[in-house]
Write a protein that binds this ligand. Sequence first.
Ligand code: ARG
Length: 259
Amino acid sequence: MCPPDYFGIEYEINPWMRVSNQADPARSRKQWQELYSVLTGEPGAAIELLAPVQGLPDLVFTANAGYVAGDLFVSSSFKHRERQGETRYFDAWFQSHGYRIRKLGAGCIFEGMGDALPLGDTIFAGYRHRSEVCSHQALGEITGREVLSLELNNPFFYHLDTCFCPLNDKSALFFPEAFDIYANEVLTKTVPDLLAVSAVSAHRFACNAVVVGRTVVTNTGCDDLQQPLAARGYELRMVELSEFMKSGGSAKCLTLRLD
Ligand code: ARG
């Protein structure tokens, strides 16, 4: 995670962002702290921190740093110039922590674990709004995993992690309306237990959940997730993340899974 010292809405690169709808710094700090406390509390997540950098307001969204698999770090190539400056800080962190760093070929947009998520032995990868499909092929070659490409068709759900969330090797949350017909078919055929979230919860970024053990952490307003999660042995914890929603981000975007 990266503390929100310099977080703000300084540009508009997704439909949630309005420079006129600024994030409140004190509230951002409090909400980020609360997420940190919940994750390190009962679920017992160990959290490493990346130092915040002035002028890089979206560095808090560490999910976009790259793709992590064991000691391999596949570094992102951001679509928007506004976020491209983040790469050297993410790369430096992974370099100094002993990861092998791989870059994708020139000109191929890839936004890391915002758009690529493992479920079992397969990597599910989104494209169209941010990452490009060329990155899926490269990711498959580098990781030796099968990569299934999913077309995202709703600009409000511009990263895969805003509309799809694996819970374990068999189950995942998803918002069907964020995917095209073929992607819906791929998901239905390959994920044994696919749980569709309501439109209301989807717009509260229910699918942007952090799963640690049996705990699922989301933004507030995802109450209707509680029952289907409980039926699968998971406990829902909701944390107010309104300031990050103004940037089109929520719980999962604010973290990058290292294990
Ligand atoms: N403002 C950021 C952007 O548009 C939010 C990133 C959210 N990250 C994510 N993994 N969905 O790039």
